[in-house]
Design a protein around this ligand. Structure first.
Ligand SMILES: Cc1cc2nc3c(=O)[nH]c(=O)nc-3n(C[C@H](O)[C@H](O)[C@H](O)COP(=O)(O)OP(=O)(O)OC[C@H]3O[C@@H](n4cnc5c(N)ncnc54)[C@H](O)[C@@H]3O)c2cc1C
Length: 536
């Protein structure tokens, strides 16, 4: 059994049994008739069982397959594709990113009757998104009860999937959703929605040709172009500027450091002393995994005076106020005044990153974990013995390896596929001028988006094509006052989908040809059906 980055131990025999059951279930999902999913993915192989794996109900695999078939039948097939194809254009919509956002948007578009949707991801098959690669926590950080990618069809939601396999009691017993279970659920969702992700395909460049977009792609090492009318960037937290890496770390040789956004070969860090920069959840998770894999010591540095932590399991009893992610609440954020959305950004920027208590405990429970507060790093260098020398205040520390848990940045100019067009895109700093004392440089770098997540042109830019590029990654955060990509942001997708549908619909109307409706001569039909009632 391979282990990646979740730091759990080899499964016992019951866990192996559960794994086999679940694997056979996924084969079953691929064979469900009428969903177009058969053979699209390689046989699904869960990475590992999760902690305290609940028993799978006898016959659960078959029950889920039957239930899914029934639910999809009740939903009816996706509406016929009503979008009039435009001659010479390959796709109506291309969605970049086969993570949870891209999968859900693609499904939503098909349910809206938009058929020529292409979904691409640079990842290997089954590896899109973060859950099986760079996410290292045991459980999601968000509550288990909020809506996900099911588009209001509860039977396609996590809870229905999980309870059918394991029973309602097992769901009630969950604190939050185990990470690998969420990944398994998304794999099932990908299969039953017939997502057809084109894997190993990377968007390199966007070239506007009139209002059509020519996409420069690399598929399995082969460069080629395809055209589309609409483009959705569902490219995640790293999709609008990449990982935030302090410049001084980039001076180190790559073998001595990494960012938490990269896969980390923890098995090579056994017996090593590791320095972690940053005190957010991902930093603590990386520290925890390193210690579980036998690191000799982990030293974690925060520039702040304290660690903010949360212990917010899913509410077990209904609460008076709706949870975050309650439909109709988050999706109204866009209508809030600019000042309100801006102050939310300011609040996020000033807040100390919050760490779930279980992630904190995971690291702190090890005697060889050491926490340094008020301790930013000033300088790093390679010492004579090949170790990393880190100066923090008056003290110099020596590490075998360092990990940056320093989050993500929004910088459209740093995103390779936006190189040709980023200068035309309006940013918050172009459109909104904060009151004195409310400036925030990082917030000003976010794109100022339209209500359907579309980029808007910077003043004076001749870039009408931007209305066809919809930015559904972390860069949408300030405009929509929500961390775009996380589970609570799923409820923001309807206006994105409706906006794309509206544009394609309006564009497909030929105004000149439309005259035929008023030019058509009126001709009376045979009066037979009402003849006998005619008076006179
Ligand atoms: C460590 C971590 C933990 C998180 N934990 C939680 C949590 O517990 N709960 C929660 O609600 N949110 C969480 N989030 C936030 C958010 O839910 C996740 O980032 C989530 O994966 C976002 O889904 P996504 O589909 O938008 O993007 P991603 O999952 O990042 O998927 C984006 C996809 O786009 C592809 N891609 C990017 N650029 C290109 C390109 N140019 N060409 C082709 N493909 C491309 C990538 O390969 C990737 O597969 C977490 C984020 C991180 C980083």
């Amino acid at each position: 059994m391979t282990r990646d980055d979740d730091g759990m131990h080899e499964p016992d025999s019951s866990a192996v049994r559960g794994r086999l059951d679940r694997r056979s279930f996924f084969r079953g999902a691929a064979l469900l008739g009428g969903m177009g999913a058969a053979g699209l993915l390689p046989a699904f192989e869960p990475q590992r069982a999760w902690a305290a794996e609940p028993e799978q109900n006898p016959g659960a695999t078959e029950a889920l397959a039957a239930q899914t078939q029934r639910v999809l039948r009740w939903s009816g097939p996706a509406p016929a594709d009503w979008v009039r194809p435009r001659a010479g254009v390959d796709h109506d919509v291309v969605v970049v990113g086969g993570g949870q956002t891209g999968l859900s948007v693609a499904y939503g578009l098909r349910r809206a009757g938009i058929g020529r949707v292409e979904l691409i991801d640079q990842a290997e098959p089954g590896q899109a998104g973060i859950w099986r690669t760079i996410a290292r926590m045991r459980q999601l950080r968000t509550p288990k009860t909020i809506p996900g990618p099911e588009h209001g069809n509860a039977a396609l939601g996590f809870r229905a999937w999980f309870e059918t396999l394991h029973g309602p009691g097992a769901f009630d017993a969950l604190d939050r959703i185990p990470r690998v279970v969420w990944a398994d659920y998304l794999t099932w969702y990908e299969q039953i929605t017939g997502a057809r992700v084109r894997y190993r395909t990377r968007l390199l460049d966007i070239e506007p040709v009139g209002d059509v977009l020519r996409l420069h792609l690399q598929s399995e090492g082969r460069a080629h172009t395809q055209t589309t009318r609409k483009l959705v960037l569902a490219s995640g937290y790293a999709g609008a500027g990449g990982a935030n890496v302090p410049g001084f770390l980039r001076t180190l040789p790559a073998r001595l450091w990494t960012h938490t956004d990269e896969p980390i070969a923890f098995e090579r860090l056994a017996g090593k002393v590791i320095g972690v920069l940053g005190a957010g959840a991902s930093a603590f998770d990386a520290a925890g995994v390193a210690l579980e894999r036998g690191a000799a010591g982990v030293h974690l540095f925060s520039r702040r005076a304290y660690i903010e932590y949360t212990n917010a399991p899913a509410p077990r009893t209904p609460r008076a106020a709706p949870d975050r992610g309650y439909p109709n609440m988050e999706e109204m954020n866009y209508a809030l005044a600019e000042q309100v959305r801006w102050r939310s950004q300011l609040g996020r920027a000033r807040a100390v990153a919050s760490v779930p208590l279980d992630s904190l405990n995971r690291a702190v429970s090890h005697d060889n974990f050491h926490l340094y507060l008020n301790s930013p790093w000033d300088q790093v260098a390679v010492a004579g013995d090949g170790k990393v020398a880190v100066r923090s205040g008056a003290v110099t520390h020596r590490f075998d390896y360092v990990i940056a848990g320093t989050g993500y940045q929004i910088d459209l100019s740093a995103q390779p596929e936006l190189a040709r067009i980023h200068a035309s895109i309006a940013l918050w700093r172009d459109r909104y001028h904060p009151a004195p004392g409310e400036q925030n440089r990082a917030g000003g770098a976010y794109p100022y988006l339209g209500a359907a997540f579309q980029f808007l042109p910077r003043e004076g830019a001749d870039a009408a094509f931007l209305r066809n590029i919809h930015c559904a990654n972390l860069a949408a955060t300030v405009s929509f006052n929500a961390l775009m990509g996380d589970v609570p942001s799923m409820v923001l997708q309807p206006p994105l989908i409706a906006g794309i549908a509206r544009d394609l619909f309006v564009e497909s109307v030929d105004v000149a040809a439309n005259r035929r409706f008023i030019d058509r001569p009126a001709s009376a039909p045979d009066p037979g059906p009402y003849q006998r009632a005619l008076h006179g």
